[in-house]
Design a protein around this ligand. Structure first.
Ligand SMILES: Nc1ncnc2c1ncn2[C@@H]1O[C@H](COP(=O)(O)OP(=O)(O)O)[C@@H](O)[C@H]1O
Ligand SMILES: [Mg+2]
Length: 348
């Protein structure tokens, strides 16, 4: 079998821009939908490069099993020496903000004060009593702003954890975290591909915490941080989501924080990442989210002529040439033995 790029994914809605970019770049690729299924450790994976596009919010699309299966698939692929873009080290960070913050700290990157709580209402209430107010809650393993709520009083927090609005993180770890009030109502997201800075966008936070820039991510969880209220059904006004995002042209590759991000992503095996920070009124820049599974804002890209998916496709093409023993580096560790079996792709 000819080497190709295999994309491990579970959310169909995020695939079109990647597909188009790979096609434009002429990269041979195949898609592996990952949910429940088998990982046969005795079977040799096909030759090629594997791109992990799995998301820690898979459980919200009924693909909770995909989270566990991904860990096993990555171990299998890497065990056979395959190049996995955003491989197991990136995945370990992707599914745990606790691990993200500890990794960021090692690179001198400031993170919000955070307490991880395993347990139900009693443990949460006890931990909350040691938190300065206001604070926010969030899931340790998640995305899309799930479980992110702001609390200015303990009474409100107690009501929340006792109510049905409280949904645990898939790994059972709830974070209580310092609320870093933005100096202006926006956060910044820095996009990195293959260890290179692409651009930074700003995302307006005045309408809520759900800031996935992908056009398709419109769930009903929008929640205004200034009202202290969990989301209500009528909070979802009709508005153009893309208008929330804009290019942050003043933040460039030579910014010291961006430099640290580049050093960080290269060191921890994050090939492709979107890293978010918030700046408070004293100028403190606090990093609170590392996304291996990033989505780019089509609105911003169109307005400014940017093409981060093109950069991803170009990076995958280079990695594929390298893995196939091409002109851009050493071949994979076991190229001569691959391709003999009939690998079974993960089932649908
Ligand atoms: N510590 C914080 N202080 C202020 N705002 C925050 C903080 N953490 C998260 N937010 C807001 O909530 C949004 C979602 O939180 P985030 O940690 O990015 O979760 P997710 O992984 O679900 O995207 C952020 O984009 C930001 O607007
Ligand atoms: Mg985020």
């Amino acid at each position: 079998m000819e080497p190709r790029v295999y994309v491990l994914y579970e959310n169909e809605e995020w695939m079109p821009p990647l597909r188009e970019a790979l096609q434009r770049e002429g990269v041979p690729f195949e898609e592996w939908f990952v949910d429940s299924g088998v990982v046969n450790l005795a079977e040799e994976p096909p030759p090629g490069v594997f791109f992990n596009r799995m998301s820690p919010s898979a459980h919200t699309r009924g693909h909770r099993a995909g989270l566990s299966r991904t860990g096993a698939l990555l171990a299998w692929l890497e065990g056979y020496g395959r190049r996995v873009v955003n491989g197991s080290r990136a995945w370990d960070l992707e599914i745990s903000k606790v691990r993200q913050y500890q990794a960021l700290r090692r690179f001198g990157i400031e993170t919000p004060r955070t307490v991880a709580v395993v347990g139900g209402p009693e443990e949460l209430k006890e931990a909350a009593r040691r938190m300065p107010l206001p604070f926010i809650t969030k899931h340790n393993c998640s995305g899309k702003g799930l479980g992110v709520f702001l609390f200015r009083s303990l009474e409100e927090f107690d009501r929340y954890v006792e109510s049905e609005a409280f949904v645990p993180s898939p790994d059972g770890i709830t974070l209580l975290q310092e609320y870093v009030e933005p100096r202006e109502a926006f956060i910044t997201r820095v996009e990195i591909v293959g260890g290179e800075f692409q651009y930074a966008i700003r995302a307006d936070t005045s309408r809520g915490f759900q800031l996935c820039p992908s056009d398709r991510c419109e769930t009903g969880e929008a929640f205004c941080p200034t009202t202290d209220q969990p989301p209500s059904a009528d909070d979802e006004g009709e508005f153009d989501r893309q208008s929330l995002f804009d290019l942050r042209a003043d933040l460039t590759a030579d910014d010291p924080l961006v430099q640290r991000y580049l050093e960080f992503t290269r060191a921890v095996g994050l090939d492709i990442a979107g890293i978010e920070f918030v700046e408070d009124r004293t100028g403190r820049r606090v990093t609170y989210d590392v996304n291996a599974n990033t989505n780019y804002s089509p609105g911003v890209e169109e307005r400014y002529g940017l093409d981060a998916w093109g950069a991803v496709a170009g990076f995958l093409a280079r990695e594929l040439r390298r893995a196939s023993g091409g002109d851009e580096g050493a071949p994979q560790t076991r190229p001569s033995t691959v391709g003999t079996g009939h690998p079974i792709p993960p089932s649908r």
